[in-house]
Structures are given as C-alpha cells and as structure tokens.
Ligand binder design. Sequence first.
Ligand code: KIV
Length: 266
Amino acid sequence: MSRIRIDHLAKRGGEASPLVALTAYDYTFARLAERAGVDILLVGDSLAQVVQGEDTTLPVTLEQMIYHARCVNRARERALLVVDLPFRAYKASPAQAFDSAARLMAEGGAEMVKLEGGGPMVETVAFLQERGIPVMGHLGLTPQAIHQLGGYRLQGRDPEAAEALLSDARALEQAGARALVLEAVPAALARRVSEALSIPVIGIGAGPDCDGQVLVLHDALGLGEEEIPRFAKSFMSGAESITGALAEFCGEVRAGTFPGADHRFD
Ligand code: KIV
C-alpha cells in the first residue's frame, strides 16, 4: 500500500477517482479511517467544536492542534496528513504563519497545512510555499471568520460574491497553494472554480463537481446531538461498524453518488 504524497493531489477526472478526505482528531478514529481507505486525514480546527465543545473554532490553540496531529499521525499508514492552522496562530503575519506551520510539521507530523481566506492570505501562502511548506487553501464558508460572516450560511450566492471567490481561488493557486477546500457554496460556482484551477478542489457542501470531498468525522458518523448540516450525510445508518460506514463514505465519493441531490446547494 503506497503512501499518498503531495504530488498525488492532482486534478481528478478521467481514470482518477475523486479524493476522499475526512477529519480526524485521535489515534483510534484515524486508524479506522485509514482502514476504510481515506486519502487525506485532516486534523481540522473543528476539533474545537466536536472534541472540546466550543461554540466556534476560534479558541483552539496551536499546542492543541499539535497534540491532536501527533495522535492522528501515529495511526497513519497511507493517507496524507493535513493540519489546520488555528486562527490565532497565523493571521497576524506571514512570519507568524511560518513559525506555526513549521511547528505543525516538525512536532505534529503535518505534510501540508490548511489556512482560511483569500485577500491578505495570498501573501502568506506564497511565503510558506517558498519556504517549503505545502498549503491547502480554504474558501467559501470559512468558520474562523464566523463573526464577520454572521452565521454558518451559504457563501458566493450573488454574482459579485461569486466573482470575488473565483478571483481569490485563482490568486491562491497563483501564490502556490497545492489544493483548495471549498465550503458551502452553490454547486454551479464550485464547478466553475474547479474548472478554472489546475489544483484539486475539495468540496464540503459544494456539490459533486469537485476533485474530492471532505466531511467532518462526527457528521459522517451522525455523532452530534444536533442535526448534521444539510450537505452532510451520516453513513452509519445501515452500516455494521464504524469502519463499514467510513468505507461506504469512501465508496460513495469515489462512485460519484455522494454528494447527491439532497446534499448540494443550487
Ligand atoms: O476544520 C475542519 O473540520 C475543516 C473542514 C470543514 C474542511 O476545515
């Protein structure tokens, strides 16, 4: 079983099936996700909400991200390990982002870091990329900007917002981002972004026309007390085990049946 390396993160289409990414925060679930066959393990800052019970992703610290990345890294066999830069650890300057990203790699085992936003983050992406740190961008619904966005809602709905998002996506790619997460945007916009970029676009609530899909582990297993987001799906119903449910998630993404009509925004 060969390890997924960064240069495997190519555009999909043709023979290549969509990439499957899943968040993971600890050793046990990371192992189950590995057994199910995910391509990317993302230590998301959503851990603030699903592990720590916080209202937003904002409070999670760099130390905590490193701790969870180490736990996940110990379970790794094949998947690429991507770790989120937490809010307070990179927005101030490219140099701050470098210090934090370097710690996620050196201490947490990250092979790639993810950061949210376009605009000023473009310079940060170039700064990291030039210094040997592969970056995954994140546009659309960016939870670290929740107080600016005013809620967890669909982004890029009006033509102006859609053009701005497309231009941010191009700028991130130009700056050297190696992949992009697109969250909660209309399926048609995600398709435009995907077609415009030569790096893989990984969707969450972004419809089926992306190069891959990512879900939060707790949503994929229906673990929350509240209803899971409309774009997500619990793969536990009908499954005999957690590995079986996660394998079903992988299978449906690769077969192109998830996300279906009920899990997209038009
Ligand atoms: O933190 C996270 O879980 C994420 C996913 C929603 C992509 O960024």
